[in-house]
Design a protein around this ligand. Structure first.
Ligand code: ZN
Length: 140
């Protein structure tokens, strides 16, 4: 479960990590920014579904990871209902790290229907991340 605060009315909504469809605020029905935390046990559940997901592979000691976190949160707000952000702490998720051969972080994976469409290594400004997502989704 992840707790997501409604940007419209402030209600705290508890959303299952693998929720299908678009999460909406239980009180006012506004689309919620969709940011969940996942690890080895629930990664596949988190990225299943046709809503594109940006997986942020990060670690607490990684400075550039902290730099891109606000950009990803903004994107999740701006694209509420159309984009899911899945945060994976690689220190706590050795299985996911091995699976995607993570060598350097931050590593962003763009996933749709459980398939990795594209990946991007390193920090980038929000506009660049946004352009990358749009380009990759269009090409896929
Ligand atoms: Zn609300």
């Amino acid at each position: 479960m992840s707790e997501i605060r409604c940007p419209a009315c402030g209600t705290r909504n508890r959303i299952p990590t693998g929720a299908r469809g678009r999460p909406r605020c239980a009180r006012c029905k506004t689309d919620l920014p969709w940011i969940v935390e996942a690890g080895d046990a629930d990664f596949d559940t988190a990225v299943a579904g046709s809503t594109p997901a940006v997986v942020d592979l990060w670690a607490p000691w990684c400075g550039p990871c902290r730099m891109i976190a606000p950009a990803l949160e903004e994107l999740a707000r701006e694209r509420a209902g159309r984009l899911k952000v899945v945060k994976v702490n690689v220190d706590e998720s050795p299985g996911v790290s091995r699976r995607f051969a993570v060598q350097s972080i931050p590593l962003l994976l763009l996933v749709r229907d459980g398939e990795v469409i594209d990946r991007q290594v390193g920090a980038a400004p929000k506009a660049a991340i946004e352009a990358w997502i749009d380009r990759a989704l269009e090409a896929a």
